[in-house]
Design a protein around this ligand. Sequence first.
Ligand SMILES: Cc1cc2nc3c(=O)[nH]c(=O)nc-3n(C[C@H](O)[C@H](O)[C@H](O)COP(=O)(O)O)c2cc1C
Length: 315
Amino acid sequence: MSQETNQVVGQETSKINTRELRDAFGAFMTGVTIVTTASDDGKPLGFTANSFSSVSLDPALLLVSIAKTSSNYPTFSTAGHFAINILAEGQKDLSNTFARPSDDRFANVSWQLSANRNPLINDVSAWFDCTTHAVIDAGDHALIIGKVEAFHSAGFAGLGYYRGGYFTPARVSAEVIAGPKVIVSAIIAREDKVLLVKTAGNKWGLPSKEIGKEGADKALAELFTQYQPDASASFIYSVYNNTETHYQYISFLCSAPDELAATGEFVSLDDIEAHAFHDGALASMLQRYRKESELKSYGLYFGDHSNGIVRPLHS
Ligand SMILES: Cc1cc2nc3c(=O)[nH]c(=O)nc-3n(C[C@H](O)[C@H](O)[C@H](O)COP(=O)(O)O)c2cc1C
């Protein structure tokens, strides 16, 4: 596009309409965080923010932008410490609570105080406990840069935010799938291992279940209860039809904060070849997963049990 065309269709900065600018910024998909701190007298404080960004790995730095009009601004810009809580898919209500006026946003919230005196909210996707590295004036906002002193990533799928609305990709993909004749399986991955279970005939397989009328969401929840209670689904990894049995197989890539394995065994991806699988398609899917997890670039497989295509998830 030429520069001339840009000037015709774009907005000139001197005449920017704030409402339209906000909408245009909203085209950038983000997660949702709750930024927390505590006042000198120990009162927990927090607000919802999607302006979070990672900044530096060494030293470990992150930032969040806070409106100067916020009632929280004086405390957050001077406290010297704060935490970022990255919300999980099921925590939309928390986002709303921490964006609305209230005397005590923490009233019905489970949380714990961190080593740096910041409230850490339970069951979030990840948290970062920070000391304040710098506060930088930036127009009607200030950038608060934090030095990460401690962090934890639970691996729960994160809550998304896009054009003023929330979205929950993992949940939606599970909700739209309903039987009949669909078998859902969970690739519960943890570092370089995956949870395998013994199936009939002493062969290995993934935690799997035929889904009922309640849909894939319920079936996945039951699989997690049975095999790895704190696992959660991230995205669909493979969809294929078995042209002989006429079943559709849908595999979800899932993560787990620990290796609990109530049933089954976490097996290193390097040892896949040493295991006999009840289904040849499964062995090739796990080999693909091993390769992709090294590159951190995943594709989605569509096809039948012997032939299919892998579509990259990033294009
Ligand atoms: C999804 C979402 C993202 C938000 N992101 C920010 C942000 O990055 N920075 C900010 O200052 N406020 C942000 N807000 C607004 C604040 O959460 C909220 O307006 C503010 O906490 C108002 O209350 P206060 O005056 O008590 O701080 C966001 C709100 C929502 C719903």
